[in-house]
Design a binder for this molecule. Structure first.
Ligand code: GLP
Length: 241
């Protein structure tokens, strides 16, 4: 495990973007796993700048997003589809056909989950998975539980997650109660993983994830078993390490 202590959020974002760019340069046609949330926004901004300066092209890149809310239409401002389009995809030269996000509106959720796994396999697997972390240690929407859920699946969101994400919805009642997420097996199968954490609210989860027992009660702790894990924390998120 490689833990990088960034001075602040800007440095974290630059280092994260540099690692994504390295992966793309070392493997033309790289497959990236991508997160949503506030944490990766700076990384996306850096990557967009690199593209605009002509230093990077996303033409041959394929992406798979980690998760999506259930029952939120694509065009809704809170869908992860919109998040990715507005904050990243619409600013770069990526082929939209190569961007994948679980369909949270599918009436056959199980079929959609199986199909998502097949698409990842067909793309040759994920080269670099970028992850954020929830305050309760969740990755994607893999919530604390008594067991690890394997592949892409439907999940009931925890109260803690609903509350944390209500800041985007205006009220707790409007936050969806279910989501579709890549599972722990789908994440652990990625060739390389980079987890990002910024701010005091993440310090406890980061400490438990990296130094605590490996348990599905703290889903990110399973990453300790991955053979190519990089964690980038800013001063506050890394303050308990
Ligand atoms: C959501 C997402 C996660 C993300 C987490 C933390 O619940 N499903 O993938 O890592 O929020 O988000 P933030 O970076 O905004 O703290």
């Amino acid at each position: 495990m490689n833990i990088i202590f960034a001075r602040d959020y800007d440095e974290l974002s630059r280092l994260a973007a540099a690692k994504v760019a390295d992966t793309m340069r070392s493997k033309p046609g790289a497959v990236l796993g991508l997160p949503t949330g506030s944490t990766p926004l700076g990384m996306y901004r850096e990557l967009i700048s690199m593209y605009k300066e002509g230093k990077l092209s996303f033409k041959d890149v394929t992406t798979f997003n980690l998760d999506e809310y259930e029952g939120i239409p694509k065009e809704d401002e809170n869908s992860y589809y919109r998040f990715m389009r507005d904050n990243f995809f619409s600013h770069i030269d990526i082929d939209k056909e190569r961007t994948n996000i679980p369909d949270g509106m599918s009436c056959d959720v199980e079929g959609e989950c199986r199909d998502y796994e097949r698409r990842i396999e067909k793309a040759g697997g994920i080269d670099l998975m970028v992850l954020g972390i929830g305050n309760n240690g969740h990755i994607g929407f893999n919530e604390p539980a008594s067991y690890y859920a394997g592949i892409t699946h439907r999940v009931k969101l925890h109260e803690n997650t609903i509350e944390a994400n209500s800041r985007f919805f205006g009220s707790i009642e409007k936050v969806p109660k279910y989501a579709v997420t890549m599972g722990i097996k789908s994440i652990m199968q990625c060739r390389s993983i980079m987890m990002l954490a910024s701010g005091k609210a993440k310090a406890d989860a980061i400490k438990k994830a990296l130094e605590g027992p490996i348990t599905p009660e703290l889903p990110a702790s399973v990453l300790q078993l991955h053979r190519d894990l990089t964690v980038i924390v800013d001063e506050e998120a890394g303050s308990l390490l």
